[in-house]
Design a protein around this ligand. Sequence first.
Ligand code: DX5
Ligand code: ZN
Length: 219
Amino acid sequence: MIKVSPSILGADFLNLVPQLEIMKAAGTDMIHIDVMDGNFVPNISFGMPIINSIKKHTTLPLDVHLMIDQPHRYIKDFATAADILGFHYEAGSPVRSTLTEIRKLGCKTCLTIKPKTEPSEIFEFLELCDMVLVMSVEPGFGGQSFIMNSLQKLSTLKAECEKRNLLVDLEVDGGINAETAVLAVNAGATVLVAGNYIFNSDNIAETVKCLKSLNPVHP
Ligand code: DX5
Ligand code: ZN
């Protein structure tokens, strides 16, 4: 079944506790947490204090998406609250040792690529990945439109993981809605991140249920 990871960038931050409860009741699989440093991306969000508080208020796994320069400097700090800890291939950290450290600290790993990065650049790291995140918008802001060539990247990664006999979740993030979710799942996505689409929905439970019930249709 497809997993759904609502991005709290779309939430009302002073109303997080009830919104986390709504997500749990709606059947989401995890909570997607976007950390932005104003350097790697042209936006600043929040850091450890907020994530530690979120951890206290939900039993849902935390799917932390680091959009920060040289993330290896902060892995230990984020690993205390994260369940899945993701960082960008392009962010200037040694990829292999950072993935290894994340696993050693007891978190699942997620290697993330920006829209202009070719999936083949990360093939050599797939054995160390529990999840790969394909960004379907330029990272930094919610509410952007889905970039269609992400679909090809998902298919390429799916094929490579199958070839290597690896069970790696393929997550897609940015511009997910009813239409793009179908395309992403058909291309191989197993985890859908959605911010605006879920948080602005009039019926969050129904929206999450529809996303979770998508099945890949093969031509
Ligand atoms: C963008 C973030 C996304 C964002 C998604 O850099 O990584 O997680 O919140 O927002 P929507 O679903 O609104 O595009
Ligand atoms: Zn994200």
